[in-house]
Design a protein around this ligand. Structure first.
Ligand SMILES: [Zn+2]
Length: 225
């Protein structure tokens, strides 16, 4: 029996309309803790990595933990093209969360994760661009080269930005490492420590005189989870 993910059809319709992309053949599976560990191991993660993961997206496939239906919207936004296969994980997670907040219609549809990333996107990036999250998501989701697109938007908003360096640093950190969603700050720390790209994004923004403040990457204790 195939169990559809929570509000899957509704979310797909809403995301398609908001981001202007066709979500064909969405495959969203509900898995238990053990199933999550198994699919993540299949994608190259260790069993330990799967602790605290509530949603996971690899290629066409989305997996959601049975106890966390509130992450379906987040994962389907990744599936629409805002994800760390295509863009810096820091920006991809912050933007995905920001879009989810704009698209959710009730509290059962979303719970916040990635508070630092989200705050940076909402309070630094979007005001500079003069866009809301859905508008930026729409610009990036269907673009064949999201780092180039975002770098060009930022350079247009802040003349003097080193667009080439920015583009490089906005790129996905590792090829083949898929997106996933964690609910524990502790585990997120582990991910970030392994993920130098986020620090590089902040650094290059500074070097590029982009006037976007460096995300407080090393002070994660204020997490709102
Ligand atoms: Zn995510």
């Amino acid at each position: 029996m195939i169990r559809k993910c929570y509000k899957q059809a509704e979310f797909v319709g809403r995301i398609q309309q908001a981001l202007g992309v066709a979500l064909d053949r969405v495959s969203c599976s509900i898995v238990d803790r053990q199933g999550m560990a198994k699919v993540m191991q299949g994608a190259g993660w260790s069993r330990n990595d799967s602790a605290g993961v509530v949603g996971f997206q690899v290629d066409e496939q989305v997996y959601v933990l049975d106890s966390a239906p509130w992450t379906v919207l987040h994962e389907l936004i990744h599936r629409a093209g805002v994800n760390s296969d295509r863009l810096s994980r820091f920006v991809a997670e912050g933007l995905t969360e920001s879009i989810a907040q704009e698209l959710k219609r009730s509290s059962d549809e979303h719970r916040p994760t990635y508070p630092v990333e989200t705050r940076w996107v909402q309070q630094k990036l979007l005001p500079v661009l003069g866009m809301n999250a859905t508008q930026l998501g729409r610009a990036l989701a269907s673009d064949p080269d999201p780092p180039r697109k975002l770098a060009s938007l930022m350079a247009a908003a802040k003349p003097g930005t080193n667009e080439r360096a920015l583009r490089r640093q906005l790129g996905p950190q590792k090829t083949g490492v898929p997106s996933f969603n964690r609910m524990s700050v502790t585990r997120m720390k582990g991910v970030m420590a392994d993920d130098r790209g986020s620090e590089r994004v902040g650094l290059v923004l500074l070097l590029a005189s982009a006037v976007l403040l460096v995300p407080p990457l090393l002070t994660r204790s204020q997490g709102a989870l």
